[in-house]
Write a protein that binds this ligand. Structure first.
Ligand code: SAH
Length: 382
């Protein structure tokens, strides 16, 4: 893939490989890491592995010559590489970011300088619902005072009438986190909705939502298929985010309990259950391990556990409470096979057997790979 900034950006680690070669590299990686537990099904790739990212984030800064730039941080540094377009990102999102960058001079809007704390615009985050077409623009600013706000927003909407909501997020801390705590909705309702696996989902600026919706449908489809639901099961969706997996599985389950640490995501999850008319699901804001321990102590049971932890994987507390709750099946979705390998080691030492492994390519041209693993309780030793 040709890209004028690939060296500085560093985001496409596999750009030198054809898409076929990328897939076989990822397949071998999974076989090497967890193939000893079970046969690895063939990785599911994308038909069109470009422009798949529905969420685009750009940092704003200024060159020594005083030119405003926006883009990504050069790998392992804090220097911004200016990006006009990226083959992996949604085209419309890239266009909006360039428009904002070009508008800044006229409105005398300065990029925020992280060293001095002077300036205004720090990052722009664009999220787009691929199915719904809704677009959210989040302007992350170093101060809450927004000079020429009304004119700026009016002009941005004139140039991009497809934007459905604009949010100002204030981040005045010395931090590498993009979003700050405080948010003000400037235009629209402050969130977007998207459709996934036939269900509608509300997505807030801070909530996690899978960045490749085309492959997410494939991933969730496999996860639900692996769970072998018959309509009676009590299901836990641990690390549930805005409730996507649990809501998609709810039609086939008796009862679903979602658990998530981020309060904004839990609020979205509750709304999502309502919009979809799902009545057999409940969401709790808590550490997933602690929550399941509580369930165990209360004498509750669980038939199927979906777990979809962040890159760091699960912790011992989670894994030991999962084992003590003793679901018949665990469907482990992971975006990091290294931590998944570690967690599978624990689960297979504690009464579970790996039955299926399905890699899905959610992140073409990067070296990331997602896997769905089915584990069943192993009765052979009991
Ligand atoms: N299943 C969801 C989200 C997966 S991302 C989806 O597919 O969209 C992982 C989620 O785990 C994030 O929403 C994050 O906020 C949450 N999380 C991180 N640590 C957690 C913990 N200790 N307990 C519960 N949730 C946690």
């Amino acid at each position: 893939m040709n890209c004028p900034i690939y060296k500085k950006c560093g985001g496409c680690q596999l750009r030198n490989l054809s898409y076929e070669e990328q897939l076989s590299l990822k397949q071998s990686k999974i076989i090497k890491l967890i193939g000893r537990y079970c046969h690895v099904d063939e990785i599911i790739g994308m038909e069109n592995p470009y422009n798949y990212r529905n969420k685009v984030q750009a940092a704003f800064g200024m060159t020594r010559g005083g030119k405003i730039i926006s883009g990504v941080y050069q790998s392992k540094s804090h220097r911004i590489v200016c990006v006009d377009e990226c083959r992996l990102e949604d085209k419309k999102a890239d266009e909006i970011i360039v428009t904002i960058r070009n508008m800044m001079k006229h409105y005398r809007m300065l990029p925020y300088n992280e060293d001095t704390g002077v300036g205004f615009l720090r990052h722009v985050l664009v999220k787009r619902g691929f199915t719904s077409g809704e677009i959210m623009v989040v302007l992350v600013t170093g101060t809450s005072v927004f000079p020429c706000k009304n004119d700026f927003i009016k002009e941005l909407l004139r140039l991009h009438p497809e934007i459905t909501t604009i949010v100002q997020n204030i981040n005045n801390k010395f931090t590498s986190m993009v979003l700050g705590e405080k948010e003000t909705v400037i235009y629209g309702n402050g969130y977007i909705e998207d459709v996934l696996c036939g269900k509608r989902f509300r997505i807030s600026p801070k909530s996690f939502y899978q960045i490749n919706p085309v492959q997410t449908e494939v991933l969730y489809g496999k996860a639900v298929e692996f769970a072998l639901l018959t309509g009676k099961e009590k299901v836990i969706d641990a690390y549930c985010g805005i409730g996507t997996i649990g809501i998609v599985a709810s039609d086939k389950a008796g009862e679903v309990i979602g658990c998530e640490l981020n309060a904004d995501a839990v609020a979205d999850a509750r709304v999502n259950a309502k919009i979809n008319g799902v009545e057999n699901i409940k969401f709790f804001c808590a550490d997933a391990g602690e929550f399941m321990l509580g369930m165990k102590e209360a004498g509750e049971k669980c038939d199927v556990l979906f777990m979809d932890p962040p890159r760091a994987g699960s912790d011992k507390r989670f894994l030991s409470s999962a084992v003590s709750l003793s679901p018949d099946r665990i469907v482990y979705i992971s975006c990091n096979p290294e931590t998944q390998q570690r967690d599978l080691f624990y689960l297979t030492k504690n009464g579970y057997k790996v039955k299926k492994i399905q890699p899905v390519d959610m992140f073409p041209f990067t070296n990331h790979v997602e896997t769905v693993v089915l584990l069943s309780r192993d009765f052979s030793n009991s």
